[in-house]
Design a protein around this ligand. Structure first.
Ligand SMILES: *[C@@H]1O[C@H](CO)[C@@H](O)[C@H](O)[C@H]1NC(C)=O
Ligand SMILES: *[C@@H]1O[C@H](CO)[C@@H](O)[C@H](O)[C@H]1NC(C)=O
Ligand SMILES: *[C@@H]1O[C@H](CO)[C@@H](O)[C@H](O)[C@H]1NC(C)=O
Ligand SMILES: *[C@@H]1O[C@H](CO)[C@@H](O)[C@H](O)[C@H]1NC(C)=O
Ligand SMILES: *[C@@H]1O[C@H](CO)[C@@H](O)[C@H](O)[C@H]1NC(C)=O
Ligand SMILES: *[C@@H]1O[C@H](CO)[C@@H](O)[C@H](O)[C@H]1NC(C)=O
Ligand SMILES: *[C@@H]1O[C@H](CO)[C@@H](O)[C@H](O)[C@H]1NC(C)=O
Length: 497
């Protein structure tokens, strides 16, 4: 949800160019967030040269939050982790959203704010120059400021940040993309530059582990990777530059998207390489319409994105427990990530219907929403994809390392990322068994059609697939899932600032 809108145009252009040249790829970013739970202490532990920050998965809020501190004395702020943008910005406690009940009814309660008057290290950089707009139509405006900033045990001095006075997003963002992609007219060193310039990490690199949909926390590790959190070998693919030759987003080449059914049948939905942006700030996954339409047909899904903003799908697909969506990057020998069906078919619609969401007439009664949608201009792999992957972002060497995530892992074995780039690392041999029925994944991807079982029969048998723990629906989720397209449902247009 948090791709910079100017970037989308650039990426679309890059995609078109790549398509013509048959090489390929688009770039994109991933967001990180940290948590705002009052009961949970952020698990911050420092290892040589790496900084680990726990991310809270807010199922109702739809996003991953990182808890950071800003100012002197430190004020605690929760920020959405966003690989799709490059500015760090925080909500001013006096922001319009935080003072207006009417706005909060649309955009959600103001989650976490900062008061510049209470910080002795605050300084203003440029008044009224902060202005950021994301492709979902949301945005924020205010001043650029500087203050001390702390994340995962790392203290970053004089970080330039946006301070939002006007916002349609109810929490600040931690944009950790390329500095070339900052929203400011005057370029400035962003958080990734400062991490390196202040000698906190060797090169600009971090790893992101979102964990299972139902897990409460994920982790972002600056300067390192954790070999206990992935299965098999980490494989790297190149990040693609945009049309001007600059690196502005985490765009990689999606060379194959197939599904593997319980009975082993593989269906290939790929006609050509698609440049996709790995974007942690986006909730769903967006692929070209031609590809999405083929998938909708195969699943009997109904596209109502022009109405309620959702694609509806029969929840009965959740009964195919070993069914996976298999994403391969960078060609035949590239990394494969298998996304289990229950990350893509989301049982989160029924409560909205009770709240008054009017769904179109559908050929099925057991209504779920689809975590994959079509897009005409930019293609994003958001959280519905990213939860199944362990992703290492190396901004310095313009590479992404990918491996199947080892879900629910509680072990940790941290390896530093040094000047030589993403290490040639191997993770665990198979999915950690937290339940007796969890099955292993092949350590490398594309050969075996064996699926991954991420759901347990025991959790299914008593109450049925649709009763699995799912995000408690709330209007907030809908807002986050598709602000623009849902404005009709919400009964009002968007407040564009
Ligand atoms: C998730 O976000 C909602 C508001 O969007 C908030 O009320 C709730 O406390 C959050 N939950 C956690 C675990 O942070
Ligand atoms: C921005 O927010 C301030 C209060 O923080 C408000 O006075 C002003 O009208 C808002 N501007 C816009 C364009 O909404
Ligand atoms: C992008 O690339 C062009 C040409 O290579 C260069 O002139 C320009 O300064 C670059 N922009 C940024 C933001 O790096
Ligand atoms: C899923 O896969 C496991 C292990 O490969 C197998 O034992 C089980 O029977 C499969 N379940 C279905 C419904 O095909
Ligand atoms: C395998 O399952 C799919 C649907 O899950 C079905 O369309 C296909 O016919 C089955 N193939 C075989 C060989 O049973
Ligand atoms: C799916 O088709 C594409 C394009 O023809 C091809 O490059 C890719 O290797 C295929 N995927 C698999 C798993 O065979
Ligand atoms: C991870 O744990 C959650 C519950 O905490 C469970 O629902 C899920 O199936 C587990 N995933 C795997 C792959 O074991």
């Amino acid at each position: 949800m948090r791709i910079l809108s100017a970037l989308a145009t650039a990426v679309a252009a890059a995609a078109a160019a790549a398509g013509a040249a048959t090489s390929t790829s688009s770039q994109k970013v991933i967001p990180v967030s940290f948590g705002r739970s009052t009961t949970r202490q952020p698990a911050l532990h420092r290892r040589a040269g790496t900084y680990s920050q726990e991310l809270n998965n807010n199922l109702t809020g739809g996003g991953y939050y990182a808890q950071v501190t800003v100012g002197t004395p430190p004020q605690t702020v929760d920020l959405v982790v966003d690989t799709g943008s490059s500015d760090v910005w925080i909500l001013d406690s006096r922001a319009d959203l935080c003072r207006s009940k009417t706005m909060q009814n649309y955009y959600g309660y103001c989650l976490s704010t900062y008061d510049p008057s209470k910080s002795s290290t605050y300084s203003i950089v440029s008044q009224d120059e902060f202005s950021i707009r994301y492709v979902d139509g949301s945005g924020a405006e205010g001043d650029y400021i500087r203050d001390t900033f702390s994340i995962g045990g790392a203290d970053i001095e004089h970080l330039q940040m946006g301070l939002a006075e006007n916002s349609t997003i109810n929490s600040g963002l931690l944009g950790i993309g390329f500095a070339a992609n900052v929203a400011a007219l005057t370029p400035y060193p962003n958080i990734m530059n400062l991490f390196q310039d202040q000698d906190l990490i060797d090169i600009q690199a971090y790893s992101l582990y979102l964990d299972d949909l139902y897990a409460e926390t994920g982790t972002i590790l600056f300067g390192g990777l954790d070999t206990q959190k992935f299965i098999g070998k980490l494989k790297t693919v190149d990040i693609e530059p945009d049309r001007t030759g600059n690196y502005s987003s985490f765009t990689v080449a999606l060379s194959s998207l197939t599904t593997t059914a319980d009975n082993g049948t593989v269906t290939n939905y790929t006609r050509s390489v698609v440049p996709v942006i790995l974007d942690s700030g986006t909730t769903l996954t967006y692929v070209p319409y031609t590809m999405a339409n083929r998938i909708y047909r195969a699943f009997g899904a109904v596209d109502d994105t022009s109405g309620t903003g959702l694609v509806y799908i029969n929840c009965e697909h959740l009964d195919n427990k070993n069914f996976t969506f298999d994403f391969q990057f960078g060609g035949k020998d590239g990394p494969v990530i298998r996304v289990p069906i229950d990350e893509m078919v989301l049982d989160n619609v029924k409560a909205y219907i009770e709240l008054g969401l009017e769904v179109p007439s559908l050929p099925f009664d057991d209504i779920c929403s689809f975590g994959l949608q079509g897009s005409s201009d930019y293609y994003l792999l958001g959280d519905t994809f990213l939860r199944s992957a362990y992703v290492v972002y190396d901004l310095t060497n313009k590479e992404i390392g990918l491996a199947q995530a080892n879900l629910n892992s509680t072990e940790s074995e941290i390896v530093e990322i040094t000047k030589t780039g993403i290490p040639d690392a191997s993770g665990v041999a198979s999915q950690v068994s937290v339940t007796q029925t969890a099955t292993g994944l092949p350590s490398t991807g594309n050969s075996s059609p064996t699926g991954t079982s991420s759901s347990t029969p025991s959790s299914q048998s008593s109450e049925g697939a649709s009763s699995k723990v799912v995000p408690t629906p709330s209007w907030d989720v809908l807002v986050l899932a598709g602000v623009a397209s849902l404005s009709g449902v919400m009964g009002a247009g968007l407040v564009m600032l």
